[in-house]
Ligand binder design. Structure first.
Ligand code: ADP
Ligand code: MG
Length: 624
């Protein structure tokens, strides 16, 4: 038996590997299975050249043996000779790890970062094993099978092996506290996570202890049944849909893939099949999921693969954050994956890749809009938070999709900014009128509708931010006004009678006991209403923001009571006795009614309003 010691550095490196990888220790399976796949890929190349016979049934087997406490990973790839084991397992892999550590040591507090996901190859086996055995038979004619055994990854034994088939069998003797990997369902879960799309069939099986022979009426069975693994089940799909040419994929295949991978039985809205060799080797499918509500919008998941090997979910450095609202799979074989997070953040290639993905998504959106507008409009309610979020996060994205941004009107039409402008912008004012709550704001909306002005619905959380973004960065010079922000465009032009206004203001202030109340007097164009309340846009946003950030302070909203000079009630109030109960009641009623067309009254105010309404009705009908 040959004995050897792996280089002195091993003592320094093993503990680090174990520690770093600890949080993701299940990746040892990914590493070993992908090594098996690599070995098969190498053998295929040799067979292709005619140097060895082709194999019918290339496969990697993962075999759980609870009884023996082992997990085996077996492949029928090229195998290794004794020298190769020494070279690849004992030296190269190791010095590779060492170099790796020198180069990409994670920064303080980085907690391993991405490294935890990417792993360090063969040596990750020692994260979970108290002993690792390699039995390997090289493809080369006359090769002698070898067995390599190591208990700590630092020292090893080599001896001849009795392995008779070409390929490699790795046997892990699992640590006492890693026995979960002896559970077939756990192992299947890990394989499904990492190996679901590996290019070689991966099978899982379990060595079952034979049932103890039943003693039938004293007749003990003589022949014990053979121990044999149960029928292996294939875990993976060797040709994932993203590798197919987009023109060869059917819609049903895309949907099927989505259901299978994301277990989402809600149909995706549409998808983007990325299929590029240049400038990036990048393949993948991104789906726009149907979003049930704003709060589930963050449930997206983009799986990153490298050559069909799962790397990690939602790597923000590669997939721009706002695209993480999507679901999908991206395969980037050329990514420098064995690196730390900070490396990815600063890498030019990664940045360009990320920008490229963003561009593709934007192009797909505008493509949908240009060629299938009707469908696009149907999706809009689902995708708009995503599009808006993307615009806010990435100005380049905004520049690309801005012509495909839609405003939904209160009458259910979908207009682009340009279409809205063509229909509604007057003079050089570019005001977009919007409602944040179409039901409550129905009265105000109606006033605009009466003037043939479209009101758009901007009623989701993201809209407030989107409005600010459009005003400040949108370059279109748009201004957004909520329908209750002013009476702009809703009143007749003309000189207002300042004395009358002042007198009415006094009357209201006194009757309502609100000395600060601002009263305006205008002739409404269409309304039957005696008055409206307006709340100046910026001051309202400011207050809303203050509320959102949890401090109720901030400046008070700039409110005004706008009276309709053409209304008989206002006419009546002009001459009414400022001291009378009736004036007080009418003023209160006018104010409450105006308030109600914007929002619900507070409970006490509501009670007072109802009491007063009944009183006024009684007086009207009975004079009492
Ligand atoms: P990497 O796969 O990144 O090269 P690993 O540590 O996973 O690093 O493996 C080191 C080397 O050991 C491989 O490059 C390969 O030459 C050899 N090797 C590992 N597993 C096998 C296997 N199952 N069959 C043949 N060779 C293997
Ligand atoms: Mg490897």
């Amino acid at each position: 038996m040959e004995k050897g010691t792996i280089s002195i550095n091993a003592q320094n490196i093993m503990p680090v590997i174990k520690k770093w990888l600890y949080s993701d220790k299940d990746i040892f399976l990914r590493e070993l299975v992908s090594n098996g796949c690599d070995a098969i890929a190498k053998y295929k190349l040799i067979a292709l050249k005619g140097d060895a016979p082709a194999e019918e049934d290339y496969r990697v087997d993962v075999i759980v043996d609870k009884e023996a406490g082992t997990l085996q990973i077996v492949d029928n790839g090229i195998g290794m000779t004794g020298e190769e084991v020494e070279k690849y397992i004992c030296q190269v892999a190791f010095s590779g790890a060492e170099e790796f550590l020198k180069q990409y040591k994670p920064e303080e507090g980085e907690n391993g970062g991405i490294i935890g996901h990417f792993g360090l190859g063969f040596y990750s086996a020692f994260m979970v094993s108290s002993k690792v055995v390699i039995d390997s038979l090289s493809w080369q004619a006359g090769a002698q099978a070898v067995r390599w055994t190591s208990e700590d990854g630092m020292t090893y034994d080599m001896e001849p092996s009795d392995r008779a088939e070409r390929g490699t069998c790795i046997t892990l003797y699992l640590n006492e506290d890693e026995k979960e990997f002896l559970d077939k369902y756990t192992v299947r879960g890990v394989l499904e996570k990492y190996c679901a799309f590996m290019p070689v069939p991966v099978y899982l099986s379990e060595v079952k202890k034979p049932e103890p022979p039943k003693e039938e009426e004293g007749e003990a069975k003589e022949d014990k049944p053979e121990e044999k693994p149960a029928e292996p089940e294939q875990i993976n799909e060797t040709t994932p849909l993203w590798l197919k040419r987009p023109s060869d994929c059917t819609d049903e295949e895309y949907r099927e893939f989505y259901r299978k991978v994301f277990h989402d039985y809600e149909e995706p809205l549409f998808w983007i099949h990325l299929n590029a060799e240049y400038p990036f080797n990048l393949k993948g499918i991104l789906y726009f999921p149907k979003i049930r509500n704003e709060f589930t919008a963050s449930e997206g998941r983009v799986k990153l693969f490298s050559n069909q090997v799962f790397v990690a979910d939602n790597i923000k450095e590669i997939i721009p954050e706002f695209l993480l609202l999507l679901k999908g799979a991206i395969d980037c074989p050329d990514l420098p994956l064995n690196v730390s997070r900070s490396f990815l953040q600063n890498d030019g290639y990664v940045k360009k890749l990320s920008a490229y993905i963003t561009r593709k998504v934007a192009d797909r959106l505008t493509g949908e809009f240009n060629t299938k507008r009707e469908d696009y409009q149907k999706y809009w309610d689902d995708i708009h938070p995503f599009v808006k979020y993307g615009c806010i996060r990435d100005e380049k994205f905004y520049d690309r999709v801005k012509d495909a941004i839609l405003f939904k009107t209160t009458t259910g039409e979908y207009l682009t900014v340009k279409e809205y402008g063509d229909r509604n912008f007057k003079d050089d004012k570019k005001t977009v009128f919007y409602a944040s709550d179409p039901q409550r704001q129905a009265q105000m909306i109606q006033l605009y509708r009466d003037q043939d002005t479209d009101v758009v619905v901007l009623d989701t959380l993201i809209d407030n931010n989107f409005i600010s973004f459009m005003e400040y960065s949108g370059k279109d010079g748009l201004t957004f006004r909520r329908v209750d922000a002013s009476m702009e465009g809703l009143t007749e032009q003309g000189d207002s009678d300042e004395d009358t206004r002042k007198a009415l203001e006094e009357k209201f202030r006194k009757a309502l006991n609100q000395p600060e109340l601002e009263v305006k007097l205008e002739k409404f164009k269409s309304s039957e209403m005696p008055a409206m309340i307006t709340v100046e846009e910026q001051s309202r946003r400011f207050t809303e923001m203050a509320k959102q950030w949890g401090n109720g302070m901030g400046l008070p909203e700039k409110r005004a009571l706008v009276l309709n000079a053409a209304h008989p009630l206002i006419e009546y109030l002009k001459t009414a006795d400022a001291e009378s109960d009736m004036t007080e009641m009418v003023c209160s009623q006018v104010l409450d009614l105006a308030e109600m067309s914007r929002q619900m009254l507070a409970p006490e105010r509501m009670v007072a309003f109802l009491t007063r309404s009944n009183k006024l009705l009684t007086i009207f009908c009975t004079d009492k």
